[in-house]
Design a protein around this ligand. Structure first.
Ligand SMILES: *Cc1c(COP(=O)(O)O)cnc(C)c1O
Length: 359
């Protein structure tokens, strides 16, 4: 029986938040136009840029990731956007594009299959597109899309802005925005960064910022030009979630104390532990080899376990939460997160609890 006084989240977001992070959030409030705030924001900027792999400023949005995902559409799409779709989050981006009143087209593959560079080239070559959206790590089905190869294809189409969601992969593996020619790279707080929800982080290329300036109907709250103007003075357009920015500062300390490369290696090692367990227990992976996420594992329920029952047993006996399948994958897959602060010890504990309740 677990000694924990709360249910530990191994669902792929939100994930477990450390005591250190919670303590950081309890620091006294400061004015968002004060010198203290500017010092806070300015102080974390270089480390954020390192993690984004960019020399561009990193903006902080008080919203969940979807705010910036919608904002990217409103700021950058004037002709037509190609939405690459391979799971719940990426599928929804098409709907969001249309609700923003934009021309949008789907590049749809089966859930569990990756978006390939060939498919992207074929679509973009049809012409008329000036933006593309890609979810690097499709959290709903554990698919890791080949970002580098797709980036190379997108660069063949100079007019096309490359908008990339790294919500569940950010800081778990290298993603270099500038090197890959990404125009908008965005992430959220509650997944790979192991912070509470409510903060989104993003950076915008110079050429994308130029495009944004020419766009009508950008609105206010997610106007990239407003973010840039305020960021020049280490500020945000409106009052931000300062407590979460304290938490982010604390998390950056953690990340750079561990070392960015060591952090990547830890995620790979923990993911491999989960993969070994999956194979040893006779389960299959939902995503094909070579396209599997390193921050979570989406397992096919080929053993036809009663997932709802198992998830309940795990929660009651071990105070551990895992996910029993997203949307239409409910009952057909389960997902195990190894994001955030997990260690060999905590993943060992998770796998032991899975075994204990699977029997
Ligand atoms: C969770 C998730 C989102 C949506 O994040 P919100 O914080 O709910 O806006 C978007 N993309 C991916 C890949 C996600 O995992």
């Amino acid at each position: 029986m677990s000694q924990r006084n709360h249910t530990k989240l191994f669902i792929p977001g939100p994930i477990e938040v450390s005591e250190k992070t919670y303590r950081a959030m309890c620091r006294p409030m400061i004015g968002h136009r004060s010198g203290d705030f500017k010092k806070l924001y300015g102080g974390i900027q270089p480390r954020l840029q390192t993690l984004f792999g960019t020399t561009r400023p990193v903006f902080l949005s008080t919203s969940s990731a979807w705010g910036v995902m919608e904002g990217a559409i409103r700021n950058l799409v004037s002709k037509k956007v190609l939405n690459c779709m391979c799971g719940a989050f990426s599928d929804k981006w098409l709907d969001v594009s249309k609700r923003c009143g934009k021309q949008a087209e789907a590049l749809q593959v089966e859930w569990g299959s990756p978006i390939t560079p060939e498919l992207v080239r074929e679509k973009l070559a049809q012409g008329g597109f000036d933006a593309i959206t890609l979810i690097h790590n499709e959290t709903s089905c554990g698919v890791l899309n080949p970002l580098k190869e797709i980036a190379a294809v997108v660069r063949e189409f100079p007019e096309v802005m490359f908008i990339v969601d790294s919500v569940s992969s950010f800081s778990t593996m290298p993603i270099s925005m500038d090197e890959l020619g990404i125009d908008v790279l965005l992430t959220g707080s509650q997944k790979a960064l192991a912070l509470p929800p409510g903060l989104a982080l993003f950076a915008v290329s110079e050429r994308a910022m130029e495009r944004a300036k020419t766009m009508g109907d950008r609105g206010y709250y997610f106007d990239f030009v407003e973010f840039a103007k305020n960021q020049e003075q280490d500020m945000t357009p409106s009052t931000p979630c300062i407590s979460l920015i304290y938490a982010l500062e604390s998390k950056l300390e953690d990340i750079f104390t561990e070392g960015v490369e060591a952090r990547h290696a830890r995620h790979a090692a923990l993911n491999a532990m989960v993969h070994d367990w999956v194979k040893a227990r006779g389960f299959e992976f939902f995503a094909p080899e070579g396209y599997r996420s390193v921050s979570l594992t989406c397992v096919a329920n080929n053993r036809e376990i009663d997932l709802a029952e198992w998830v309940k047993r795990l929660r009651e006996k071990h105070r551990i939460a895992i996910d029993g399948g997203y949307g239409k994958l409910k009952g057909k897959t389960f997902r195990l997160s190894n994001m955030g602060d997990e260690t060999k010890e905590t993943i060992t504990e998770l796998l032991a609890a899975l075994d204990d309740t699977l029997a």
